[in-house]
Design a protein around this ligand. Structure first.
Ligand code: EPZ
Length: 420
């Protein structure tokens, strides 16, 4: 298994171009099924989850392959409406294909997506919303057998602003007759990116970014060339790396409006963070100050995906910072690994209390999940000595090459391939 070796203690200095957004390109890849045509995606990150989506598209009879830096997808030849259990289990968010397959084929058979390290990942809101639009869904033996002879537009109200459910319903509604309004929709920037992609394919979607999204179904869609938005969580990760180790960095292509709750907290902790049309500059001198409580919430609240990396950044801060994880049940799995490096963190249910320590020391640690693994990298940059990070396949799901990106910011980090 590959590992990351980090020599901590040095300040960061340099520039990195922010990769395309994982949580935008995954629903967009599902949406290509609605185009039934060639789509060229620019700025698509090379990730394990993107590879899994490519395999799903190919299993449905579609073409999907890299052409240089462009991911070219052509779904004209789609000839299947089932996704195998193995493929469904490869990626937690594979449920996002359900709405698009139903809209394109009128039926879909797939297994329940696996849970993940963050705890159960139910899709009850996805299924309830699709049934509201006229789908018949039979759950049997871990499989979903779905038919939708006719999807009809109507108002669908989400009990919580689920990102995945919002996206699934947007895609299904494109295949429905009439207008669908999704109320209490998720407002994440990735939802806006999906809307812009769909409209570039000839759809009529509006309201993304607000709690009410309107989809005028029944339009035949076509291919397009589309550039994926920058990954705001990758940007948050590298800002936290600079906060953790100290430094002066520039994140080219990052959009500060997408992560203003993160940059506001870093400013409170004493960092200088400024965004412009080219990217984000972050200068952090000396130990951080403790922050007001960090409560994760649906966008525009503080993103749950940035909780672990911000926690890693404040391990040596002066004072106590309280975290409250309100989105996922099991999103403190990185705490025990950070404690091996000398962190002082106390967890009680959804609350984690971080008391700053003078020093962190390098240690052998193991990734528990995608963002928890990134947090280990952030902490290792501030630790004295060497940190060896194993099970980095988790990190590869969401970061194109975290070692390359951190090295371009001046970090002493290398990837040791398996077998060395
Ligand atoms: C998306 O997951 C992201 N993944 C997650 O990023 C992110 O953490 C999450 O949104 C919240 O922002 C992708 O976009 C691929 P939800 P998703 O549906 O859609 C509950 C990362 O690290 N829920 O908004 O699965 C659910 O259990 C990943 O990049 C139901 O109860 O998130 C969770 O507690 C991790 N029933 C909460 O809602 C449902 O039908 C939010 O989930 C759906 C969700």
């Amino acid at each position: 298994m590959s590992q990351l070796l980090v020599e901590g203690g040095g300040r960061l200095h340099g520039e990195v171009r922010i990769q395309g957004a994982k949580n935008s390109v995954l629903p967009i890849l599902a949406a290509t099924l609605l185009a039934g045509d060639r789509v060229e995606l620019q700025g698509c990150p090379r990730l394990r989850d993107v590879d899994a989506s490519i395999r799903i598209l190919q299993s449905l009879g579609c073409r999907a392959a890299w052409e240089g830096d462009v991911l070219a997808v052509d779904t004209a030849a789609l000839n299947r409406c089932e996704i195998s259990d193995i493929l469904m289990r490869e990626m937690r968010s594979s449920a996002i294909f359900l709405g698009a397959i139903l809209a394109r084929c009128g039926r879909a058979d797939l297994s329940y997506p696996g849970g993940c390290e963050l705890g159960p990942r139910p899709i009850d809101l996805h299924l309830a919303g699709l049934r509201d639009l006229g789908a018949e869904i039979r759950e049997e033996g871990g499989f979903l057998h779905c038919t939708a002879a006719r999807l009809r537009g109507r108002e669908v109200v989400l009990s919580i602003p689920s990102v995945g459910a919002t996206e699934n319903l947007m895609l299904a509604a494109c295949g429905g007759e009439g207008v669908t309004v999704i109320s209490n929709a998720a407002r994440e920037p990735e939802i806006v990116d999906l809307q812009e992609f769909l409209n570039a394919c000839g759809a009529r979607v509006s309201g993304a970014g607000s709690s009410a999204i309107s989809v005028e179904g029944g339009h035949a869609l076509h291919g397009c060339t589309y550039r994926v938005m920058p990954d705001r969580i990758a940007a948050a990760t590298y800002l936290c790396a600079a906060a953790s180790a100290g430094g002066d960095i520039f994140l080219r292509g990052a959009n500060e409006q997408h992560l203003s709750t993160v940059t506001a907290l870093l400013r409170e902790a004493g960092c200088s963070v400024t965004g412009d049309s080219a990217g984000i500059t972050c200068i952090c001198q000396g130990p951080l100050l403790a922050m007001r409580p960090v409560r994760t919430a649906p966008y525009p609240g503080f993103p749950t995906d940035a909780q672990a990396v911000l926690m890693a950044a404040v391990l040596r801060s002066r004072g106590v910072t309280v975290f409250e994880e309100n989105i996922f049940e099991n999103r403190y799995r990185h705490v025990d690994e950070l404690a091996r490096m000398g962190a002082n963190i106390r967890v009680a249910g959804r609350i984690a209390v971080v008391t700053g320590v003078e020093t962190l020391h390098g240690a052998p640690v193991r990734c528990t999940d995608l963002r928890g693994g990134a947090a280990l990298c952030v902490a290792a940059l501030a630790a004295e000595g060497q940190t060896r990070i194993s099970e980095i396949c988790h990190i590869d799901r969401g970061y194109e090459d975290i070692a390359r990106d951190l090295r371009s910011l001046g970090a002493n980090i290398i990837r040791e391939e398996a077998g060395h």
